[in-house]
Design a protein around this ligand. Structure first.
Ligand SMILES: CC(C)(COP(=O)(O)OP(=O)(O)OC[C@H]1O[C@@H](n2cnc3c(N)ncnc32)[C@H](O)[C@@H]1OP(=O)(O)O)[C@@H](O)C(=O)NCCC(=O)NCCS
Length: 185
């Protein structure tokens, strides 16, 4: 599968269930299921949260391809928190994670965000390598951050990517302009 066969778009309410199932199976396995469909639906509807999906590109605009990846980013004033990001195992190492993260990073940059933060399970070496390759670095290890059933605990590794110097935006700062659509003239 080439990255070109994938479309990235904003998540819609109908995507809540498939996203929640991917979170349960590929991110939260063994920790209990916190991001169920209701919680994902709240994220999709929240104006301060960006939720996207990576789908199989279909020839007909009306048809919707299968969801093979998703990401959720919460915006604060200056910091954004990457809450969840996953790619279906069959589609990994084809650049989908990178494309979704670039989508999120560009949105954060345009919104004036100074840094993107995230946590991952301390033993998740694949994701750690992925985020390192994407310009994130490790800040702190938080023992016992994740709590599953039967008293199970697991440490979290916090990572960070700096987008600009923190503090107020310079007065001259303006959001980047979108390229003009020649058809709109
Ligand atoms: C982490 C994850 C999202 C990466 O998605 P992906 O689509 O496979 O990543 P990409 O193909 O875009 O990889 C981009 C680069 O990241 C690095 N990378 C990604 N996965 C890697 C791995 N398993 N080992 C080493 N480097 C890796 C590589 O440099 C890769 O470039 P390359 O393939 O040209 O070498 C995916 O493995 C996943 O869904 N894991 C389970 C869920 C999870 O742990 N999410 C993070 C915590 S919320």
């Amino acid at each position: 599968m080439t990255p070109r066969a994938i479309t990235i778009r904003l998540a819609e309410p109908r995507d809540a269930q498939p996203i929640a199932l991917m979170s349960r199976d590929f991110i939260e396995a063994g920790l209990g299921w916190k991001y169920d469909a209701a919680r994902v639906m709240r994220a999709i509807r929240d104006r301060e949260t960006l939720a996207i999906v990576a789908c199989d590109a279909k020839s007909s605009p009306a048809s919707r391809g299968a969801i093979n990846g998703f990401a959720i980013l919460e915006f604060g004033d200056e910091r954004a928190h990457l809450v969840l990001l996953a790619v279906r195992p069959s589609h990994r190492r084809t650049g989908i994670g990178q494309r979704m993260l670039e989508w999120m990073t560009e949105s954060a940059r345009i919104a004036g965000i100074a840094s993107i933060h995230l946590e991952l399970r301390a033993g998740n070496d694949e994701a750690r390598k992925f985020y390192r390759a994407m310009g994130f670095y490790e800040t702190v290890l938080v023992p016992g951050y994740y709590r599953g059933g039967e008293g199970r605990k697991e440490g979290a590794l916090r990572m960070l990517r700096v987008l600009r110097v923190p503090g107020p935006l310079p007065a001259a700062w303006r959001p980047p302009r979108m390229p003009e659509d020649p058809k709109a003239r």
